[in-house]
Write a protein that binds this ligand. Structure first.
Ligand code: TYD
Length: 140
């Protein structure tokens, strides 16, 4: 597993893209090239380009986002710094750690965004209020 840790908040994982004359295949395996055991997979599609989604952070859940078709942008925010990335590669996973506020926007009409999560859906794990997120992230 090669996690590319840039000086920014953007952490990505490059997946091995297995190609031959028939096309491409990427395999995602818990605790091998995904740094946790996946308990849940969800995917987002049919989002209009003017819509922003996400707008929350998690207390404990770890996630990896992979754009399976089209493209969208991500904003990541740790309460001090913000960084953005365009996700448009089938071979790249974006790491969304706990306590990272994230927003997705500028979805292409064909965007299919898949997210792997380390735990089941639990609304109690969400921080959906930005002021509350800033307070927790900055230890106040
Ligand atoms: P929401 O958190 O608003 O999605 P996004 O982060 O993309 O803006 O979730 C939309 C709805 O789907 C909301 O009612 C909660 C529900 N949901 C589940 O039932 N299971 C899940 O795994 C997720 C991520 C959301």
């Amino acid at each position: 597993m090669s996690i590319i840790d840039t000086p920014t908040l953007i952490k990505t994982i490059e997946f091995r893209e297995i190609g031959d004359e028939r096309g491409w295949l990427v395999a995602l395996e818990g605790n091998i090239n995904i740094p946790f055991t996946m308990q849940r997979v969800y995917y987002i599609y049919g989002t209009q380009s003017h819509i922003r989604r996400g707008l929350h952070a998690h207390h404990a859940v770890h996630q990896i986002a992979v754009c399976l078709a089209g493209e969208c942008k991500f904003l990541l925010d740790d309460g001090k710094n913000k960084n953005t990335i365009l996700l448009n590669s089938r071979g790249l996973g974006l790491v969304i750690d706990p306590m990272i506020w994230h927003e997705m926007y500028e979805f292409s009409s064909d965007c299919i965004l898949m997210v792997l999560a380390s735990d089941y859906y639990d609304e109690a794990d969400y921080i959906r209020n930005y002021a509350e997120f800033l307070r927790l992230a900055n230890g106040k």
